[in-house]
Design a protein around this ligand. Structure first.
Ligand SMILES: Nc1nc2c(ncn2[C@@H]2O[C@H](COP(=O)(O)OP(=O)(O)O)[C@@H](O)[C@H]2O)c(=O)[nH]1
Ligand SMILES: [Mg+2]
Length: 423
């Protein structure tokens, strides 16, 4: 009997060993499961602090697979975070795109050599805003994007990335431009040390941003755009959908910084605008922002413009007959090449004259830097609520070279407390 009991104990022991070996081997057979659980822990921790807005690992995997299979096109995010994770920050919008997104995209014009500078910008835009919305990102270039550019930008973005080549006729001298005259201007500007004054490519860039980016085949699919340039910074969390805000508030164009343009780059721009107004008075709207652009009722331009390296705007407006007539008129006057007209005054004058005042928006809560200016909200509570890391001393809004005061005045907006101290 004692022997039988011993045998039974051996059998039981062997059985337990087999079960233990089975569990060890099954849990170590998938390193991915280890990764997933580590990522789950991270996710759980981060959602405790930030509200549940992190991606599920399963979804991240699905997106990676999607991106590999369809050349950078990821499936639109669908599943909100686990309902069991407490969302401590109830003011946050729905964490992921769920079909209620706007028809919108980021858009960046860039060279391959801009890759690391645009990488910095993307990282900030994603961290501060787009990781919650996964909006697409369109990259445009006058030369084909190389593999490094595509790989780096696709890895950093949460939405689909799309890469467009600019057609040559949108990035070259139009036939009506006198090349010799344009070359003489560049030489003269080089001698006078006017910034980008001797550059041909900068002129193509300004003309493209003024008149063509919104007509690129890739852009035709969208209604809203957010322009992002290399090496910008975003200093605050943006916890709402800025595109939806624009649509719901009937806004068409927006800015964060405004300033005076270099007079030497646009000596005859206003003459050209006046010619356009005469030719197409039907495109000038009532209740426009002429008071932002001119101090004498339109006789002369005061050089105020919205800084167009940041823009959130409506593409249908830019594609409208009014805007296209305006661009064609300016283009034929030749100032993109015979002077060095920038897309910032070109867009700003259009927005100022062809949109109603209430269709323009100042995004105070988008704290932003593009060398050398910063917009940092004046109101401390706005900075704290949105986890801003900008130094309010750097805020340019109320500086004498900014036109933002003027924007507030023509719109009878109350300036934030403490603005005088930042003058
Ligand atoms: N593809 C392409 N993009 C350009 C070129 N020049 C400028 N850009 C882009 O146009 C935008 C404005 O140029 P940037 O050098 O930032 O001008 P700045 O901000 O006025 O000093 C940026 O997004 C640049 O990456 C060019 O020759 N080719
Ligand atoms: Mg720039």
């Amino acid at each position: 009997m004692a022997g039988t009991a011993r045998y039974l104990r051996y059998i039981l022991f062997a059985f337990v060993c087999i079960i233990v070996i089975f569990f060890i081997s099954s849990s170590s057979s998938g390193p991915r499961q280890h990764l997933q659980s580590a990522s789950d822990i991270l996710k759980e921790q981060s959602s405790k602090w930030r509200g549940s807005d992190a991606q599920t690992p399963a979804k991240a995997d699905a997106e990676k697979a999607g991106s590999a299979a369809t050349a950078h096109v990821r499936p639109a995010a669908a599943t909100p975070m686990s309902a069991t994770t407490p969302n401590l920050k109830t003011s946050l919008p729905p964490p992921k795109a769920d079909g209620s997104r706007m028809n919108a995209t980021f858009v960046t014009l860039a060279r391959n050599s801009d890759v690391w500078e645009i990488a910095r910008s993307i990282r900030q835009v994603e961290d501060r805003f787009n990781k919650r919305y996964n909006y697409d990102w369109v990259f445009l270039n006058d030369a084909p994007f190389d593999d490094t550019f595509r790989k780096v930008t696709t890895a950093l973005t949460s939405g689909n990335t799309r890469y467009g080549l600019i057609p040559e006729q949108h990035w070259s001298f139009p036939s009506f431009i006198d090349q010799e005259r344009a070359a003489a201007v560049r030489e003269d500007m080089r001698e006078r040390k006017i910034i980008y004054g001797d550059s041909i490519s900068y002129r193509h860039m300004c003309r493209y941003e003024s008149g063509f980016f919104f007509r690129h085949p890739l852009m035709l699919e969208y209604e809203w755009y957010w322009r992002v340039e290399p090496s910008i910074e975003l200093f605050c969390d943006i916890e709402y959908d800025t595109f939806r805000f624009m649509a719901e508030n009937k806004k068409k164009y927006s800015f964060v910084l405004s300033l005076y343009e270099y007079v030497e780059t646009i000596p005859t721009l206003w003459e050209s605008v006046k010619g356009f107004i005469k030719e197409h008075p039907e495109h000038i709207v009532e209740n426009n922002s002429m008071g932002f652009l001119s101090d004498d009722g339109g006789k002369s331009y005061n050089h105020c413009h919205f800084w167009s390296n940041f823009e959130i705007g409506n593409l249908d407006w830019l594609r409208s007959k009014a805007y296209v007539d305006y661009f064609d008129h300016l283009d034929h006057d030749g100032g993109f090449f015979y002077e060095r007209w920038g897309d910032a005054p070109v867009h700003s004058i259009a927005a100022g004259l062809m949109l109603r005042k209430d269709e323009l928006h100042f995004f105070n809560d988008i704290a932003y830097y593009h060398v050398p200016f910063t917009h940092c909200p004046t109101d401390e509570q706005v900075r704290l609520d949105n986890k801003c890391h900008c130094n309010p001393k750097d805020n340019f809004d109320w500086n004498g070279y900014s036109c933002t005061s003027r924007f507030f005045e023509i719109n009878s907006m109350k300036k934030p407390e403490g603005w005088e101290k930042q003058q």
